[in-house]
Design a binder for this molecule. Structure first.
Ligand code: GLU
Length: 471
């Protein structure tokens, strides 16, 4: 029987979730779902100094918004509970004891000052500082008051296979007697994640490139414990918009919930993130989550940096907006509109003009939608089209009024309005001679939705009033 696929996302609560973190979570999630496996969420909160209050809630909220649902983890529990490393300290002690019993772990006998001296000496000698060169000959008994260090069993080169980057190797310089458990009782990341991945039965580890250089350390611990490591899936870095600089927490990569606030759809965000480092091998660009689950494949994760392209995000979001049913569209759009503009007829106009729902807020703030409920103010010269005379423009508007009057009120819709006005427009030298002043008279804006739809929304009375005023 094939082994069940188990993946995990293991963030440290050291700040807000950004695009890179969410993409890691998404790939781990998709791979688990595709293989009918399970996806675990584990919080790596062992570095109390770097922990930022509220980060755990932020991680959970971000994943929930995007519907990256964990099968086991905080809030829902599971076979391997608890899922906060700070609540699993006994487990790390148990594994530490196994290493102590094998003679592969020992208490660090030095004071801070002594360590500082070793480091300074290495610097003067222009050599890297290696703790193992100061390893004591005899190990004391560990009473928990000192850091517990790993006794690297063998200094050698490690060769391993990464499912994205292929065969990798790193030499002895990467190996040292690193700390397993600190004097505050908390394990280090280097040790804790290995213990948890073993205990939770994780079969694939997805994470960023920054962990490649430490992999020999991890492999030496697996070897010391006599346990086969999971498969490594290293994800490519995400580059900024210019394609050069890596996007990271430190250089201002944005909080993923900001995208929610700006009115992006979660399904569009997922679609965008999936393509940030993975491609389906064909030209499909718009995916539902179900389509992603079946198309996603580790073999198509790229090596080179994936570029964060916000224009592409906007395009993908617009495509997903188009897929929404009328009810959902209305719900999303109304959320951003003031009460007096919550009218169904406005929905197609807005849908056409936005790439994310937050654009509506901007339109409202700039007053671009005011003309729907109040007579627009504008300079009368604005009604003039090119060098057509004011008399001619006025004559055209009069014609428009006369023919529009003929349309019965209950048939005053955009098709009829368009047909009527186009008949006049086609007799003129240029259609703009009539369409421009009408657009202006109705909206007072240089750029507005087409005048037929505005007229329909305003209704016959208001349309005729505004045209009359223009004359
Ligand atoms: N806690 C690590 C981080 O947030 C996770 C690394 C891993 O996935 O092993 O960077």
């Amino acid at each position: 029987m094939q082994q069940k696929v188990v993946t995990r996302f293991a963030p440290s609560p050291t700040g807000f979730m950004h695009v890179g973190g969410v993409r890691t979570a998404l790939y781990a999630y998709l791979w688990a779902k595709k293989n009918l496996g399970s996806f675990i969420l584990r919080i790596e909160d062992t570095d109390k100094e770097r922990e930022v209050e509220g980060s755990i809630e932020h991680i959970l909220e971000s994943l929930k918004w995007l519907n990256i649902n964990w099968d086991e983890g905080p809030g829902i529990g599971g076979l391997n509970a608890p899922y906060l490393q700070s609540e699993r300290l006994n487990l790390y002690k148990k594994y530490a004891q196994i290493l102590i019993d094998k003679g592969l772990a020992y208490p660090d006998p030095y004071t801070e000052k002594e360590l500082e001296e070793f480091r300074n000496k290495a610097e003067v000698d222009k050599k890297p500082f290696l703790f193992r060169e100061h390893r004591p000959e005899k190990f004391d008994i560990w009473d928990g008051t000192k850091p517990l260090r790993f006794k690297t069993p063998e200094i050698k080169s490690y060769h391993w296979h990464d499912l994205v980057y292929g065969d990798l190797s790193a030499g002895p310089e990467a190996l040292d007697d690193f700390i397993l458990i600190k004097s505050d009782g908390y394990p280090t990341y280097n040790f804790a994640h290995i213990v948890d991945d073993i205990e939770m039965g994780v079969t694939y580890i997805m994470r960023g490139q920054e962990f490649i250089s430490s992999t020999p350390k991890f492999l030496s611990v697996y070897e010391a414990l006599d346990i086969k490591p999971p498969l490594f899936v290293t994800l490519p870095p995400i580059m900024g918009d210019d394609g050069k600089k890596k996007l990271g927490k430190r250089d201002g990569a944005k909080d993923v919930l900001e995208y929610k606030k700006e009115g992006y759809l979660p399904e569009a965000m997922i679609n965008f993130l999936a393509l940030l480092g993975w491609n389906p091998g064909n030209d499909q660009e718009i995916f539902t989550i179900d389509e992603l689950m079946s198309a996603f494949d580790l073999s198509r994760i790229g090596h080179s940096g994936a570029q964060m392209n916000l224009e592409k995000l906007d395009w993908i979001n617009k495509e997903h907006i188009k897929k929404l049913g009328i009810k959902e569209l209305e719900k999303n759009i109304f959320e951003w509109l003031p009460e007096n503009l919550k009218i169904s007829k406005i929905i197609p106009i807005l849908t056409e003009r936005i790439s994310k729902f937050g654009d509506i807020k901007e339109m409202v703030e700039k007053g671009e939608l005011d003309f729907f409920y109040k007579q627009p103010e504008y300079k009368k010269e604005k009604l003039i089209f090119k060098n057509v005379s004011a008399e001619k423009i006025s004559e055209n508007i009069t014609k428009a009024i006369n023919t529009l009057k003929e349309i019965p009120e209950n048939n005053f819709n955009q098709e009829n309005i368009k047909n009527t006005l186009m008949q006049i427009a086609d007799t003129l030298e240029s259609r703009g001679e009539i369409l421009h002043p009408i657009r202006y008279a109705l909206s007072g804006l240089d750029k507005s939705p087409d005048p037929f739809i505005i007229a329909e929304i305003l209704g016959k009375n208001e349309t005729l009033l505004r045209l009359q005023k223009a004359i």
